[in-house]
Design a protein around this ligand. Structure first.
Ligand code: FRU
Length: 496
């Protein structure tokens, strides 16, 4: 694997010729792991979704991008637009680290509409000669030609007293004519928190204080905060770093989760809630961002990857993708995620529709690409002694290779296992993940499989598992196995 020197990681895009970038893109396009319907970089590394906004009849979505290889180097924003959340048009690189206030990276941030124009606020990352970090929060405006005007000096320069240089990822919204921003931060005692700012004009910002989420010592840094309302309740979503595994929870290197409060008063900045809940139970999910759709839906997307984890495509000079867009709702004190309804447009043809009673293993041969949506409904029959049911995806001819989903009705748990799936990676963080579900008389799974990812929605979004997988040629079959009798229905659509 290539070792990147600091000098190489901080070289500018303009230091590379167009020919060089074209050759790199051609090489990346040969990768057997390129996705069919997920947002992915043409070269280099993608991480957080940024600036997700509906503006002027279109969705705007950006991502953190290091163009030259699969390493966290000098970050840019890459811009995409869509009218339907399904087909995305690449608009190209939108923000370059080209000023003294963002010289070492245009880090994460969000979008908002002001005076009929799309604005963004992001973190300009600076390193001094001594390599000390300086975080700047910068506002920029998109002009009619798609270019951005940065308002400098920064809206918020450096870190406020009491906080380290880890202050980043502003999420802005407007409420009753006032702009608010939540920003991820680290206190000087090295615990994570969120700062809240307000502004009348989105240019001059005043620190209101810390958001009191009642979690005073919960990891060393909170990244990518987001604060929004659903059904009159306030949701605070963020990515805390430094939590230890606890039972089935927190097994990834870093987490993403939320708290839900009945009330959030701007004078107190206090959120009273029933506890932090992890948002996704899969292997690869981090740095979420949400946006509101014109019809009032709260739509979420996330980085389908994690910091400090090596992935099989790193050697191919590209890495990562975004998750599918998901609609959020609150049900019984939990955030529910469902794939946005627009995604039915991806269905090309229904390739399987099977149903009936099953008390053994049934294999479904498939030879096409791993690019499909699968729905499985399982009902455990009341009289039977309930044994676990397994669904294997990305299976080879001998069933030696597979991604296994196990429904265990007696434990009321669902487990995914990627230990035998394709190219192994990130095994230090474990090869299984488990989710407890409320009831297991019947289970419904909606699964989106792309060349190198599997997103599983359990019981209409009660839980999700989001994971990267790297199956090799021929690992495309499925099987369903029941140890006791089940009633099932399985539908599969090939996706465009
Ligand atoms: C999260 C993150 C953010 C930061 C960005 C830099 O993955 O570390 O906190 O702004 O990535 O790319």
């Amino acid at each position: 694997m290539k070792e990147w020197t600091r000098e190489e990681r901080y070289k500018k895009l303009s230091d590379y010729s167009d020919d060089y970038m074209e050759e790199l893109a051609k090489r990346v396009a040969q990768s057997p792991f390129r996705q069919h319907y997920h947002i992915q970089p043409n070269t280099g590394l993608l991480n957080d979704p940024n600036g997700f906004t509906y503006f002027d009849g279109k969705w705007h979505l950006f991502y953190q991008w290091f163009p030259m290889g699969a390493v966290h180097g000098l970050k840019h924003w890459f811009h995409l637009t869509s009218t339907d959340l399904v087909q995305w048009k690449e608009e190209g690189v939108a923000l370059l680290p080209d000023t003294e206030y963002d010289s070492h990276g245009v880090y994460s941030g969000s979008g908002f509409v002001k005076d009929g124009q799309l604005h963004i606020m992001y973190t300009g990352n600076v390193r001094t000669e001594e390599w000390e970090r300086v975080p700047n929060q910068i506002v920029a405006r998109m002009e009619a030609d798609g270019s951005f005007t940065k308002f400098l000096p920064p809206a918020i320069a450096g870190n406020p007293e009491g906080y380290t240089d880890h202050v980043r990822d502003p999420k802005v919204w407007e409420q009753h004519g006032i702009y608010y921003a939540v920003i991820g931060a680290q206190r000087t005692d090295e615990t994570g928190t969120i700062l809240m700012y307000r502004s009348k004009d989105a240019l001059e910002w005043e620190l209101m204080g810390e958001v009191d989420a009642g979690l005073p010592d919960f990891g060393f840094m909170w990244e990518c905060p987001d604060l929004f309302e659903i059904d009159g309740k306030t949701v605070l979503l963020f990515s805390p770093q430094g939590l230890e595994p606890e039972g089935d929870r927190y097994h990834n290197i870093f987490q993403t989760g939320y708290v839900i409060a009945d009330d959030f008063r701007m004078d107190e900045l206090k959120l009273e809630h029933e506890g932090f809940q992890e948002l996704d139970a899969g292997f690869d999910f981090y740095a979420t961002q949400t946006a509101e759709s014109p019809d009032g839906r709260r739509i979420l997307t996330a980085w389908m990857g994690l910091p400090d984890v090596a992935y099989p495509t790193d050697s191919e000079d590209w890495a990562h993708c975004l998750t599918l867009p998901r609609e959020l709702a609150i049900k019984e004190g939990k955030l529910i995620q469902q794939p946005v309804r627009e995604l039915v447009a991806l269905r090309k043809k229904q390739a399987l529709s099977e149903s009936g009673l099953l008390s053994e293993a049934k294999r479904f041969e498939r030879s096409g690409a791993n690019c499909y949506e699968l729905q499985l409904d399982v009902t455990f029959l009341a009289s039977a002694d309930h044994a676990p049911v397994t669904l294997d995806l990305c299976e080879d001819a001998a069933n030696d290779k597979r991604f296994r989903i196990t429904l265990d009705p007696s434990a009321k748990k669902i487990t995914i296992d990627r230990s035998q799936c394709g190219i192994p990676f990130a095994e230090d963080f474990g090869t299984t993940r488990t989710l407890a579900v409320e009831q297991m008389d019947a289970v419904k799974l909606q699964i989106f499989v792309d060349t190198s990812s599997i997103e599983i929605f359990v019981n209409d979004g009660e839980g999700t598992f989001t994971s990267r997988v790297f199956p090799e040629a021929g690992e495309t079959c499925l099987s369903l196995a029941a140890g006791s009798t089940i009633d099932y229905r399985l539908d599969l659509w090939e996706l465009a």
